[in-house]
Design a protein around this ligand. Structure first.
Ligand SMILES: NC(=O)c1ccc[n+]([C@@H]2O[C@H](COP(=O)([O-])OP(=O)(O)OC[C@H]3O[C@@H](n4cnc5c(N)ncnc54)[C@H](OP(=O)(O)O)[C@@H]3O)[C@@H](O)[C@H]2O)c1
Length: 273
C-alpha cells in the first residue's frame, strides 16, 4: 500500500468508480493513509459496504454517493454531496469500455476549490489505449487520449497554485472490466497487473507530481519502443478477436434459444387435449 501526505491531499478525497476494480483499490490505499472518502459510483450498496469496511479498519469517515456520471446534472449532484467538505484530492477513475470516460469535466467543479486552498491533487485515470488509435473501440481510446491531453495541460496550469495533477495510464489491470469488455485474460499479450500495483504506482506518481505515469516497467518499455502504427494494429487485432468471440457466443445463444422455443412448442402441443 502507498501512503500519501494527508496534509497536502487531505482531509477528504473523492474517488469516482469506487465500487469496483482500480477505484476500489484507490479507496483502500487512501483510507490506509487516513484520508476521509467520498465514494462515487452507481451501485450505492457496494459503496456503503466498502465505506463501512474502511471506516472500521482505518477510523476514517466516508460518504457514499450513488450517482450515474453519464447524467446531465451529475456535477450539480456532486457539488450537493460535497459542498460542506474540504476536498484535497480528486481521483477521476470511473469508466467503462462500452461507454468511455465520465468525469472528464470534474476539474471544473473541483479545480477552483483546489486552486483556492493552494494544495491538493487531481489524479485522472486514462489508459495506454489513449496513446494511439484503437480500432473497434475508437471512442474509448479517443476519450482516453482526451483525458491524457487534458491532464498534461492541467499539470502545468496547476503547478503555480501548488496542486499536483497526474494522468495514470494503466495497461491491462486485473479488474471486472477485462471480462466485461470481452477480453480473454489468457490471450492478452501481457498478464493483467494487480490493482494494488497500479494504484500504488499512481499514488507515488501523484506525490512526485509527475504529469503522466504508466504503471509497470514492461508497459512503459512497450509504450516507449512500439511505433504508434504497430500499437494500433495490435489493439485492432485484439479487439477483432473480442468481436469474433462475442458474435460466436451470440449465435450459440441464439441457437440455444431457438432449440428451447422449438422444444417448448412441442411440449405445448403435446399438452393440448
Ligand atoms: N482494467 C483495465 O485493464 C484498465 C486499463 C486501463 C484503464 N482502465 C481504466 O480504469 C478505470 C477503472 O476501471 P476498472 O478496470 O477498475 O473497471 P471496473 O472494475 O469495471 O470499475 C469501473 C468503475 O466505474 C464505475 N462506473 C461505471 N459506469 C458508471 C457510471 N455511469 N456512473 C458512475 N460510475 C460508473 C463502476 O461502478 P458502478 O457500476 O457501480 O457504477 C465501477 O466502480 C476506468 O476509467 C478504465 O477505463 C482500466
Amino acid at each position: 500500500m502507498r501512503r500519501i501526505d494527508t496534509s497536502k491531499f487531505g482531509p477528504w478525497a473523492v474517488v469516482t468508480g469506487a465500487s469496483s476494480g482500480i477505484g476500489e483499490e484507490f479507496a483502500r490505499q487512501l483510507a490506509a493513509s487516513g484520508l476521509h472518502l467520498v465514494l462515487v459510483a452507481r451501485r450505492l450498496s457496494a459503496l456503503e459496504a466498502l465505506g463501512g469496511e474502511l471506516a472500521k479498519a482505518f477510523g476514517i469517515h466516508y460518504r457514499a454517493v450513488g450517482l450515474d456520471l453519464t447524467t446531465d446534472d451529475f456535477l450539480k449532484k456532486m457539488e450537493e454531496a460535497t459542498h460542506d467538505l474540504d476536498i484535497g484530492l480528486v481521483v477521476s477513475n470511473a469508466g467503462a469500455m462500452t461507454a468511455g470516460d465520465f468525469l472528464t469535466t470534474d476539474h471544473r467543479a473541483f479545480g477552483q476549490h483546489l486552486a483556492q486552498r493552494r494544495r491538493g491533487g487531481l489524479l485522472l485515470v486514462a489508459s495506454t489505449t489513449g496513446l494511439q488509435g484503437m480500432p473497434f473501440a475508437a471512442e474509448y481510446a479517443a476519450e482516453k487520449a482526451y483525458v491524457l491531453s487534458l491532464g498534461e495541460a492541467l499539470h502545468v496550469e496547476f503547478q503555480k497554485v501548488g496542486v499536483n495533477v497526474t494522468v495514470l495510464l494503466p495497461g491491462s489491470v486485473d479488474t471486472p472490466m477485462i471480462i466485461a469488455s470481452g477480453f480473454d485474460p489468457a490471450t492478452l499479450p501481457m498478464k493483467p497487473m494487480s490493482t494494488q500495483q497500479c494504484v500504488a504506482e499512481g499514488l507515488a506518481a501523484l506525490s512526485a507530481n509527475r504529469a503522466t505515469h504508466i504503471p509497470g516497467r514492461l508497459n512503459r518499455i512497450m509504450a516507449a519502443v512500439m511505433p504508434r502504427s504497430l500499437a494500433t494494429r495490435m489493439y485492432g487485432s485484439m479487439m477483432a478477436k473480442v468481436i469474433a468471440r462475442r458474435s460466436a457466443s451470440a449465435s450459440t445463444q441464439a441457437d440455444r434459444v431457438n432449440e428451447q422455443h422449438a422444444s417448448g412448442n412441442e411440449t405445448r402441443l403435446t399438452r393440448i387435449p
